[in-house]
Design a protein around this ligand. Sequence first.
Ligand code: 13P
Length: 234
Amino acid sequence: MKIIAGNWKMNGSKQALKEMTAELNKIDTDNAIILCVPFTMLGAETGKINLGAQDISNHEKGAYTGEISGAMLKEAGAKYVIVGHSERRQYHNEDNDIVRQKAEMAIQNGIIPIICVGETMEEKQAGKAMEIIESGVKESVPNNSNGHIIIAYEPRWAIGAGITPTHEEIEQAHSLIAKTLHSLELDETPILYGASVNGLNAGDIMSLNNVDGVLVGGASLKPDDFISIITSIK
Ligand code: 13P
């Protein structure tokens, strides 16, 4: 079984979600389909499609204007939440420490965190990609995870860029993540690849070793594009 997750980022509308899920529900598949949508769209009637959020507070409750807690996300219907996405790390200065606290909050509330790790172009060029990926996993995965987490490898330089790492590079990163998860006794954790996934490259990427699915940005916004990714599973 593969996991195909969409990240709508700050895009879409309730109507667009209704149209997307109507199309997705027509697909006959045993694979898991998740759409991580803006907070305001959680709670929609989506049939067999699971909804996730894109962020969660690292605090339980209290005077944190603008934040959304794990309990609120659960009440709103989120089954998953993306934590530590590259854009949160870049624009909101989130580091592995905060990401781990957020993942902890998700787990405490029965929500599966999709923990994102990945290197910037600067880190890649400095030969530090593997180090960043390994420390990303070690420092962002909470102790209470109990197997209820998903890791997404998102090379930050390839997000929205229309380019992907080579298949060898993806396998190398995923193998390191699998090895690191093994050392944490979290062997069953699914590892997704994300960054510039489309209907043409998804099938091959999902056939690579240790790739259990994909996390899709831009191509998850249009039913035709997202469906071509889902149906490309070999
Ligand atoms: P793109 O698929 O648009 O490159 O975005 C990837 C991403 O950020 C998914 O979380």
